[in-house]
Write a protein that binds this ligand. Structure first.
Ligand code: AP5
Length: 215
């Protein structure tokens, strides 16, 4: 099975995709994490992506498609994967269809819906580990020690793109460029709307039920 998560910034895609990938025993392909790692390592991809990400804009499709194409050739993806933050444009969706044409995986697309005011609270309270990319929230999912990563012990920070002005642009980009994918997938995959404004555990249970129905 291949799973896609659609949803605006802060909807909980990363949180749920990590749990679902672990449950299914398949890799989570987070293009946001891959791009942040490329920036941290100063690779050519990171240098190309940084200006767009810093302003809250999407990184060009051709860079993303090359990144995902290469990732899907790795053996751990043979049994399926969970996409987190990809595809995000119609061009990426079509590119993904081309690169996976002829494979036998079933597609399941979750559309996570969360009210705007809740998204803003989640993003302003998010804390992120620059070492292992684990995500926390100061209220909803606090680390055991304040501002210290439970997984690797590094100091937690705010993501640069979680500043208010950048968040506003990320939300605009979602509305204009990613939201149309809901219609795209309605006729091409099993599209499951999910009320993401509930606890992480309740949301996760609903995802698992959908996966079991689909499997
Ligand atoms: P990316 O890293 O993908 O960010 P995003 O899509 O904006 O999503 P977020 O990571 O902000 O939120 P999320 O939905 O994963 O929520 P999370 O689980 O963390 O992309 C960043 C940038 O990279 C983009 O702007 C773009 O520039 C570039 N990029 C990436 N992919 C690209 C692509 N395909 N094409 C072009 N450009 C691309 O949760 C948020 C917070 O809420 C956390 O603190 C969490 O603890 C908390 N939380 C989660 N669930 C709940 C819950 N149920 N209840 C209470 N709190 C919760």
């Amino acid at each position: 099975m291949r799973v896609i998560f659609l949803g605006p910034p802060g909807a909980g895609k990363g949180t749920q995709a990590a749990r679902l990938a672990a449950e299914l025993g398949v890799p989570r392909i987070s293009t946001g994490d891959m791009l942040r790692a490329a920036i941290a390592q100063g690779t050519p991809l990171g240098q190309q992506a940084r200006p767009s990400m810093g302003r809250g804009n999407l990184v060009p499709d051709e860079l993303l498609l090359a990144l995902v194409r290469e990732r899907l050739t790795q053996p751990d993806c043979a049994g399926g994967c969970v996409f987190d933050g990809f595809p995000r444009t119609l061009g990426q969706a079509r590119g993904l269809e081309q690169m996976t044409e002829g494979t036998a995986h079933a597609w399941l697309v979750f559309e996570i819906e969360v009210p705007r005011e809740v998204l803003l609270l989640r993003l302003s309270g998010r804390r992120w580990c620059p070492g292992c990319q684990a995500t926390f929230h100061v209220v909803n999912d606090p680390p055991r020690r304040p501002d210290v990563c439970d997984a690797c012990g590094r100091a937690l920070v705010q993501r640069e793109d979680d500043q208010e002005a950048v968040v506003a642009q990320r939300l605009r980009q979602y509305d204009e460029r990613t939201a149309p994918l809901v219609e795209h997938y309605r006729s091409r995959a099993r599209l499951v709307p999910v009320d993401g404004d509930r606890t992480m555990d309740v949301v996760f249970r609903e995802l698992l039920e959908a996966v079991e129905v689909r499997a």
